[in-house]
Design a protein around this ligand. Sequence first.
Ligand code: AMP
Length: 281
Amino acid sequence: MEIFEKINSVTNAIAKLKENGNSIGFVPTMGALHEGHLALIAASKRANNITVCSIFVNPIQFNNTADLLKYPKTLEEDVALLKSAKCDIIFAPSHEEMYPNGNPDLTLDFHYQNSILEGKYRAGHFNGVGLVVSKLFNIIQPNQAYFGQKDFQQCLVVRQIVKELCFPITVHIVKTVRDENGLAMSSRNKRLSPEERQIASIIFKTLQWASGRTGSFSIVELKVKIKLRIVKAGLQIEYIDFIDVESDTLANEIVANRQYALCVAAYLGEVRLIDNVLFNA
Ligand code: AMP
């Protein structure tokens, strides 16, 4: 496994590998790796000769400075995990390497996606994600890239980038990896005690419960029921929304034979958690 910190060196190394006929799978991360990230590495390894993982805590996607400052940084452990997962290349650039002039002047704007779910509550978040993912795609030039379903709206944004900026990259969405109690694995879970993790598992349990009842209740009724269950467990809800997966837009009603994502963001204390389930009506 090779570790690169410089854009030029990783780009040259990958160009040589591609000249020799290797396919490149890419997994962008912000480090503090867990089994969720490793599932993306495994998916990439199954389909590509070479797997590249980037580790970069992208400051411009944090709308909240406290969240950025508290974001766990565990590079040594990450490198050990990636080595045991047989990742081939790590790209771990510094802030200066990625943004030599401080933060970039260029902005991408995802308009509609900025007005719903994560986009609505984390101002500028997707613009920051979009910029760093575009930059990383240009640096790594992978054939395929892997993203987690846990960040469902991020997957929509990445697909939009690939389509609208014509990146010759196939995007794959990997199923959410969960703790045994159902809580979606997340780097932010490191800030929860074992008891809090148990409490937070109400999110997934409620999403599963609700996705099985869309035939009996309207979206408005379901949102009330979901909120009651999650709030009763001690969390605070930020949003509960249904996305129509075909149009990538908010759904106001459930129509038979269509696919939906039921998405939730909630706080347990100061820790913000998101989760979603996909289901066919
Ligand atoms: P992050 O380091 O949080 O930016 O995540 C890097 C990638 O890992 C993103 O595509 C995430 O959606 C994905 N990811 C994070 N947690 C999970 C999980 N529990 N299961 C599957 N993928 C995940």
